[in-house]
Write a protein that binds this ligand. Structure first.
Ligand code: SF4
Length: 363
């Protein structure tokens, strides 16, 4: 049997699409579980069985019993679900084009070249622990597994960095320079001991002396969504609302994090605002879908939640998981057809799992 063609779904109205998603879910029952990241669009998020940030979803993927894990997030998240789930389970990404622009800023060839070049400046395996943000491809997690390294998320980067420094004196952190810098700053590491490694320049654009003096090398990568926030937006908010509170995600630039009252993962942002006293006013620097959903949820308690940027900045790649792709995926599953499975090669999955399990063992 051939899969139902996606082209047939273009013409569906929004209402038809939603009705067909519900019908397919009912037919599938426990055969499929839907995991949704906080940044997911509302018309998909409403169907979630389980929601969370990357850390929470990686744990949930390991705990679910359903044979099919439909991941409404981006590619690296579905890879983690595949790695952490049991062999008989399948992770599915409704649109394979749902990638992460930050994850794409580092690849195995460039990280291996970096490792080689560092090896020319000093004894790399004795000096550097490689730490990859979970927002990275499975082969980079495998690289960390193989080289005594580890994975981190925005929730646990501090704990992970302490673990890494307990093994070797320096960290190579990829692909998000901002999370790495904020984490190092919170550990008391001066900014001039955290140097940016530019993968497109020989020796990362650094001198051997600069590498020797650095505690953390920060890969030159960033999130295109979180780089849209700036200190001017915070200053304008504070001028208008002197009692307002600012909270930002650590993928934001250093100056945004430094100017915020709180910095933390999406889970921490949600928890902090939900637990805040009634009547408080918030400026939030993270993805728009999450901020709008949170604003609606806490409005009845008299809390005001405002998006940090004056222009729209959504995770456009995660937006690709739309109701049409979800309906197509679920109806194929209900018809016994598997579409868009995410399968990490076994040797890579084994090493990536090692790096993920080192992380999960820490908290
Ligand atoms: S918000 Fe940024 S880091 Fe997160 S998935 Fe989207 S592009 Fe990647």
């Amino acid at each position: 049997m051939t899969p139902l063609p996606f082209d047939d779904y273009h013409a569906l109205s929004d209402a038809e699409c939603q009705a067909r998603i519900r019908a397919a879910r009912q037919q599938l029952g426990k055969e499929a579980v839907l995991l949704c990241h906080h940044y997911q669009r509302a018309d998909v998020y409403q169907h979630a069985d389980l929601t969370g940030d990357s850390l929470k979803l990686s744990r949930l993927a390991a705990e679910t019993d359903s044979p099919h894990i439909v991941f409404c997030g981006v590619h690296f998240m579905a890879e983690v679900a595949d790695i952490m789930s049991r062999p008989e389970q399948t992770a599915i990404l409704p649109d394979l084009a749902a990638g992460c622009s930050m994850a794409d800023m580092a690849n195995l060839a460039k990280v291996e070249r970096c490792w080689r070049e560092l090896g020319e400046a000093l004894e790399v395996e004795a000096n550097f622990t490689p730490v990859t943000y979970i927002n990275s491809a499975a082969d980079l997690k495998a690289f960390c597994g193989e080289h005594g390294g580890i994975v981190c998320t925005s929730s646990n980067a501090g704990v992970i960095a302490q673990w890494a420094f307990g093994r070797r004196p320096k960290i190579l952190f990829f692909p998000d320079q901002h999370l790495g810098r904020w984490t190092g700053h919170n550990m008391g590491i001066p900014l001039d001991e955290m140097r940016v490694w530019d993968p497109d320049l020989p020796l990362g654009g650094l001198t051997p002396n600069a590498i020797n003096q650095a505690k953390i090398l920060l890969w030159k990568g960033h999130c295109s969504v979180h780089q849209m926030f700036n200190k001017r937006q915070i200053d304008a908010f504070r001028a208008r609302h002197p009692d307002g509170i600012v909270i930002a995600h650590p993928e934001c630039s250093f100056e945004v994090c430094a100017a915020s009252d709180h910095v933390g993962s999406t889970e921490l942002i949600v928890k902090t605002i939900k637990e805040a006293p009634a009547g408080t006013r918030w400026l939030v620097g993270t993805e728009l879908n999450l901020v709008e959903r949170l604003a609606r949820e806490v409005a009845p308690q008299g809390k005001t939640v405002q998006f940090m940027s004056d222009i729209i900045c959504m995770c456009s790649t995660m937006q690709r998981i739309d109701p049409r792709h979800l309906a197509w995926t679920l109806e194929n599953l209900a018809a016994g057809q598997l579409v868009n499975p995410i399968i990490v090669p076994p040797h890579e999955a084994k090493l990536a799992k090692l790096a993920l399990e080192r992380m999960l063992a820490l908290r």
